[in-house]
Design a protein around this ligand. Structure first.
Ligand code: SAM
Ligand code: SF4
Length: 343
């Protein structure tokens, strides 16, 4: 075997973790910054990374491409708010070459939709077919309270622009005790009325946000039991390899996903890893584990060291997370905020 063949193998070796899980899904947080400050995600006075610490868009492209060569089929850009990163569309356009070549099956994004009216048609033009939009309420005052200053109309306009551009939109809502718990039926009817799926998420104890989590945490088991009094929900087998479990709602014809990291551990089928905007690889959302990919990325113009660093990190992927929120565990389980990894 020649040296060339050896290095080719290293660059294209599929990523399988110690528990036999094949890694095929990468989430990349392109910025830790955001134009909103959702109270469960960030503290009001967040200190963001110095811009100099961030990978350039070219470096992010190289990093994503290295993962694609190693078997990533689905790539999600997230943040912070991905659409506030300057010239992020340049990255999207450049990554779309992997869709054209067939190496990548799906390029997608999670966004708060504040900038979506501006970018929706360009996203569609780059081959993005589906996006997730995070929206926890349809009440403008509550939206402002949750996001600390957001404008609901702007987000709704962003969602409409995405739909007009032909993007399938899935709404993600975090279930928040005493905040939006009474509004979930309204969100279901609204989303399903527009043909959009809705996914409900349990709040996770990530990062210091200036208050405890116990006052925010609403177990989805409780919410689901309440919803079942008004809706007929049938479990669907459909799984994306991800953490959501789906039901079909007979009354609306739409689907609801439940992401229950707290009440139901979803790790056994985990196929994903996350990279931050500084090139740190986290193989589990609920662990402090971190591997620096920026150094090997910058060490050489070839991807060999990078690929080896990725293999080493995947070899350490933990079996699962151990998030806990109760009166004795009301502190962050993981010190980084969700905006670092983008969920
Ligand atoms: N800014 C974009 C957005 O809001 O869609 C992308 C990044 S945001 C961190 C990704 C998702 O994480 C959002 O759906 C948000 O609601 C969710 N999220 C943030 N903090 C969370 C927490 N502590 N627990 C559960 N979900 C959280
Ligand atoms: Fe920003 Fe998204 Fe976090 Fe809200 S959830 S503060 S929109 S990163």
């Amino acid at each position: 075997m020649t040296a060339d063949m050896l290095s080719d193998n290293a660059l294209t070796r599929p990523m399988t973790d110690p528990f036999g899980r094949r890694i095929s899904y990468l989430r990349v947080s392109v910025t830790d910054r955001c134009d909103l400050r959702c109270f469960y995600c960030m503290s009001e006075d967040m200190t963001f990374l110095p811009k100099a610490d961030l990978l350039t868009l070219e470096e992010l492209d190289r990093l994503c491409s290295a993962f694609i060569h190693k078997g990533v089929k689905k790539l999600r850009l997230t943040g912070g708010e991905p659409l506030v990163r300057r010239n992020v569309m340049g990255l999207v356009r450049s990554l779309s070459r992997h869709l054209e070549s067939g190496a990548l099956g799906e390029l997608t994004m999670t966004t708060n939709a504040t900038q979506l009216a501006k970018y929706a048609s360009e996203l569609a033009d780059c081959g993005v077919r589906r996006i997730n939009v995070s929206l926890d309420t349809l009440d403008p005052d509550k939206f402002r309270a949750i996001t600390r200053w957001g404008d609901l109309d702007r987000v709704l306009a962003g969602i409409e622009a995405a739909r007009d551009a032909g993007l399938a939109v899935k709404i993600n809502a975090v279930a928040l005790k005493n905040m939006n718990e009474d509004e979930i039926p309204g969100l279901i009817d609204w989303a399903h009325g527009k043909g959009m799926a809705l996914t409900l998420i349990e709040v996770m104890p990530m990062g210091e946000i200036g208050e405890g989590r116990i006052d925010q945490y609403l177990p989805l088991s409780l919410l689901r039991a309440r919803l079942s009094q008004s809706y007929t929900m049938t479990d669907l087998d459909e799984t994306t390899g991800g953490p959501a479990r789906y039901v079909r709602v007979a009354e609306t014809g739409g689907t609801i996903g439940f992401i229950t990291p707290m009440t139901h551990n979803f790790c056994e089928s985990c196929n994903r890893v996350r990279v931050t905007c500084t090139g740190t690889l986290h193989t589990c959302l609920g662990h402090e584990d971190a591997s620096d990919l920026r150094k090997p990325l910058r060490a050489s113009a070839s991807d060999e060291q990078l690929s080896e660093a990725i293999d080493r990190a995947i070899g350490l992927k933990p079996k699962g997370h151990d998030f806990i929120i109760d009166r004795r565990h009301n502190r962050p389980s993981v010190s980084r905020h969700m905006s670092v990894t983008g969920g």
